[in-house]
Design a protein around this ligand. Structure first.
Ligand code: ASP
Length: 587
């Protein structure tokens, strides 16, 4: 090795030892008579000190030629530090060098390699290898590494087998848009990159693997957001001979193990909530349950008093922003503007304050007597000092808007701490959802999810199809969907029925998914599984909103890697070889 120790390792116990460290120059302070260099590597920082008349003149001369991010090898003696720095693990010592070698000079980096950098997103991504030198980004990736190892340890301990499934597969019409890859050897034909290894893991169950997992890249050509990348990683799992209960218990075990191993946190059983209750109480199938603030349905309470907005509304909902009665007019106006933004979509906001003397003052006092308003506060079990916020309109729209308002108020009230974790299983999702646009049903999870046996009869009448529930579940933590899965169909006839409901003719179903339907005729065991969004799980554990800093080389919001400058055109010769005739995308 070129070094005897790392830059994070030396302590007062090492005093008087001769050591060699290698690393990057974080900082140089040259005060004339004395100079200090902070040398950095992945493990930490160590101070190198040189004094005129103590260290050889040639060393002092060398220091004057150094710049930030130069790569050095420093040999010297570990010495007790005069001014100790107890914020640094190595703060009790410094190195008095006897030899210093520049292993490689460096250009001045385009942004500061500090925890708080002056580099904007685009610049950091262009020079991602420099960004990765910064502690917060490196720590994110180290967390990811530790999470991946813990996942493997846990699942290996539970007899799961890690199997790699192919990356070049076939495009299917269900789900998100596929990324496709032209096949040179099969002109005019394309592979698709997997949106998930769903059918392969089911085939592994047919093959008798019994318990499978894979930490696997998946690809979806969708619009991007802070928590969505075109390629992302799943912890993908499948088990045979299990019920939904077994899967929930197994993966609750994994979740608990990760919290314990990574964050040192214990928590009791993960609560469960049905999809219907989640929508009723939180207007959202992934509620943030770090705080209550459940919806109260006031439709019956407020209608019939002559206030047209409420009287004409399908639904009137409220939340209680506890302790917010002191909100000023200005704050309430600002909140009203906030709910009226197109992303939230409410037409207005009605409020009522519960005053210190128990009187309720609302923004619609002229329609409601004190007695009526007391009915409102009673519905919330509100106390003096509380602020009731009401929205009215079409049911689905009001629930969505109220869900956003609830999250916003939770944020403003400081109820969404990054280091509080509130996991939740959401169960009993609908099997199908109707698309007005395409005038047909879509599988809410995916076409391989099994209906609840007790709801099977509802599939027979068109008016009840939408009510069929699935054996499907999501793991939600702090309002983030971190995982989702289902018990699968393992019967050919039921699977064929499902494709029929989704509008596939028998021939189309056979052409697209014949391999799976056929496999079901060769002894498919009952099976089910789940996949966790690994990038999201890491960002949640790391207390960040964006998944980017938990991915070594992420893409930007236009799906570009600005460092390698991809995607990029290819040459005409390459296109020709791939039998792609186009004038677009030619270099
Ligand atoms: N393949 C599913 C998904 O990607 C997860 C599962 O059902 O196991 O969402």
């Amino acid at each position: 090795m070129m070094r005897t120790h790392t830059c994070g390792e030396l302590r007062p116990d090492h005093i008087n030892q001769t050591v060699t460290l290698c690393g990057w120059v974080q900082r140089i302070r040259d005060k004339g008579g004395i100079a200090w260099i902070d040398l950095r590597d992945r493990y930490g920082l160590t101070q190198i000190a040189l004094e005129d008349g103590v260290e050889a003149e040639n060393l002092r001369g060398q220091v004057r030629t150094l710049g930030r991010e130069f790569v050095l090898s420093v040999t010297g003696i570990v010495t007790e530090r005069y001014a100790k720095n107890d914020k640094m693990p190595t703060g009790g010592i410094e190195i008095r060098p006897t030899a210093l070698e520049i292993l490689n000079p460096a250009k001045i980096p385009p942004f500061l390699i500090e925890d708080d950098t002056d580099g904007g997103d685009e610049l950091r991504m262009k020079y991602r290898y420099l960004d990765l030198r910064r502690n917060p980004v490196r720590n994110g990736l180290m967390l990811r590494h530790r999470m991946a190892q813990a996942v493997r340890r846990f699942l290996d301990g539970q007899e799961f087998i890690e199997v790699e499934t192919p990356v070049l597969i076939k495009s299917t019409p269900e789900g998100a848009r596929d990324f496709v890859v032209p096949s040179r050897m099969n002109p005019g034909e394309f592979y698709a990159l997997p949106q998930s290894p769903q059918t392969f893991k089911q085939l592994l169950m047919v093959a008798g693997f019994d318990r499978y997992f894979q930490i696997v890249k998946c690809f979806r050509d969708e619009d991007l957001r802070a928590d969505r990348q075109p390629e992302f990683t799943q912890i993908d799992c499948e088990m045979a001979f299990v019920t939904q209960e077994d899967i929930l218990n197994t993966f609750e075990g994994l979740t608990r193990y990760l919290f314990k191993e990574i964050k040192g946190l214990d928590f009791p059983t993960v609560p469960r909530m049905t999809y219907a209750d989640a929508l009723r109480d939180y207007g959202n199938d992934k509620p943030d349950t770090r705080f209550e603030m459940k919806f109260v349905d006031l439709t019956a309470t407020v209608q019939g008093q002559g206030f047209p907005v409420f009287d004409s509304a399908e639904t009137v909902l409220g939340i209680n922003a506890i302790t917010c009665a002191a909100y000023t007019r200005k704050q309430l106006d600002e909140l009203t503007e906030w709910v009226k933004r197109p992303q939230i979509g409410a037409t207005g906001l009605i409020y009522a304050r519960v005053e210190a003397d128990g009187q309720v003052k609302s923004s619609v006092d002229k329609f409601y007597s004190q007695d009526e308003l007391h009915k409102w506060s009673a519905a919330f079990h509100a106390n003096p000092g509380d602020l009731l916020l009401l929205l009215a309109g079409p049911d689905a729209k009001v629930r969505k808007a109220m869900s956003e308002l609830r999250l916003e108020m939770g944020q403003r009230l400081g109820l969404r701490h990054k280091d509080t974790f509130s996991p939740l299983w959401v169960v009993d999702f609908p099997l199908l959802e109707f698309s007005e646009e395409e005038n047909r049903y879509f599988a809410m999870h995916h076409p391989f999810t099994s209906p609840k046996p007790e709801d099977l009869a509802l599939l027979d009448a068109p008016e009840t199809i939408g009510q069929v529930r699935a054996n499907a579940y999501d793991l939600v933590i702090n309002g983030v969907e971190v995982g989702g899965g289902s018990i699968r169909i393992h019967d050919r006839a039921v699977q064929a029925r499902m494709f029929d409901l989704l509008g596939f003719s028998p021939a189309e179903a056979q052409a697209q998914f014949g391999f799976l339907l056929d496999a079901f005729e060769y002894g498919a065991p009952p099976h089910g599984g789940i996949a966790f969004g690994f990038d999201r799980l890491c960002s949640l554990f790391g207390g960040a909103d964006s998944i980017r800093d938990f991915i070594a080389f992420p893409k930007n919001n236009s799906g570009r890697d600005v460092m390698i400058d991809s995607p990029a055109p290819i040459s005409e010769a390459q296109l020709k070889e791939l039998s792609i005739a186009t004038t677009v995308g030619v270099k």
